[in-house]
Design a protein around this ligand. Structure first.
Ligand code: NAD
Length: 291
């Protein structure tokens, strides 16, 4: 099957990034959100990212214009699903939301359409059960920032067909990504490790083991991670990190219980870069201001 039209649902941190690489790869891409405000930011984000790409010699001006011509927005999933060959949902990590979106996508898209989820933790078998086409449902897990991170983790549910995996693999490669195929376990490979390391860093911060800056520096320079776990949490979104941990705690047990300090930050609205403050403060021109 040839994929031409891709619909991305959710214009947040991940949805925007996925729509960007999709349009850049030449797919007609429509991004859907329930919030007009989120949709208004989509072009701005794509324009800024592609301009930086041109400045750094990663993209030509033609590629950047081509990408903007392939990017569309909509508030109405029901209407745009009708022409979709592949729908990738990237709404928040809440099962009832994913269920709602997948049910609508299933009801309004053609029989051939593949339904993929960018979930960080949720079982693709469970996601497939929300639809009448479980064989065409799989996890297509991108990483943040999507235009820079090279991996897509593909996770098959019990009923997912090999054709579906092949289609997702092919689309991912056209988007310039490498893929790994992972068996179904909560948190797959990457979210499981990342949640554990990120949670441990919050425990250390809470216990006063070191400052946030020194915890991050120790992990970057001592363990050779490209980013410290606390700065990564701010980039991912502390609410997303907490949702992942809650799911892993429920499914895999005690070692994933969220650190109380992380819960407290989320309650306070300190969600990371997207709200201007998380572990660090970004309110002054995006520079780190304080713990
Ligand atoms: P986000 O909160 O930044 O964005 C979610 C978007 O979905 C928002 O714009 C919201 O308005 C929209 N939305 C909510 N309900 C909707 C609906 N019914 N229809 C259409 N749009 C709707 O979330 P995010 O960080 O982009 O995460 C999205 C998904 O990607 C989650 O499943 C998350 O676990 C996963 N993920 C996140 C990261 C990360 O680094 N943030 C990395 C990999 C995977």
């Amino acid at each position: 099957m040839t994929i031409k039209n891709i619909v991305v649902v959710g214009a947040g941190v991940m949805g925007r990034g996925i729509a960007y690489v999709s349009a850049l790869a030449g797919f007609q891409t429509t991004i859907v959100d329930v919030s007009e405000n989120q949709l208004q930011d989509v072009y701005q984000h794509a324009k800024m990212t592609s301009e930086k790409g041109v400045q750094r010699g990663k993209l030509t001006v033609e590629q950047s214009l081509h990408l903007l011509n392939h990017l569309h927005t909509s508030i109405d999933l029901e209407t745009v699903a009708v022409d979709a060959d592949l729908i990738i949902e990237a709404v928040p990590e809440k099962r009832e939301l994913k269920k709602h979106v997948l049910e609508i996508a299933d009801m309004h898209s053609p029989a051939h359409t593949v339904l993929a989820s960018n979930t960080s933790t949720i079982s693709p078998t469970e996601l497939g059960s929300y639809t009448k086409r479980a064989e065409q449902v799989a996890v297509m897990h991108f990483f943040n920032p999507v235009h820079k991170m090279r991996l897509v983790e593909i996770v098959k549910g019990l009923e997912t067909s090999n054709d579906t995996v092949n289609i997702i693999q092919d689309v991912s490669e056209k988007m310039g990504k490498e893929t790994v195929e992972v068996n179904e376990f909560p948190g797959f490979v990457t979210s499981r490790i990342s949640a554990l390391v990120g949670n441990e860093a919050f425990h250390m911060l809470q216990e006063g083991v070191a400052s946030a800056e020194d915890i991050d520096k120790a992990i970057r320079l001592g363990l050779n991670y490209p980013m410290g776990p606390l700065e990564l949490g701010d980039l991912v979104g502390l609410d997303a990190r907490l949702n992942n941990l809650k799911y892993l705690h429920e499914t895999l047990g005690e070692k994933y219980r969220p650190a109380p300090l992380l819960e407290q930050y989320v309650k306070a609205g300190r969600l990371g870069r997207k709200t201007g403050k998380g572990v660090y403060d970004y309110t002054s021109k995006g520079e780190l201001m304080e713990k």
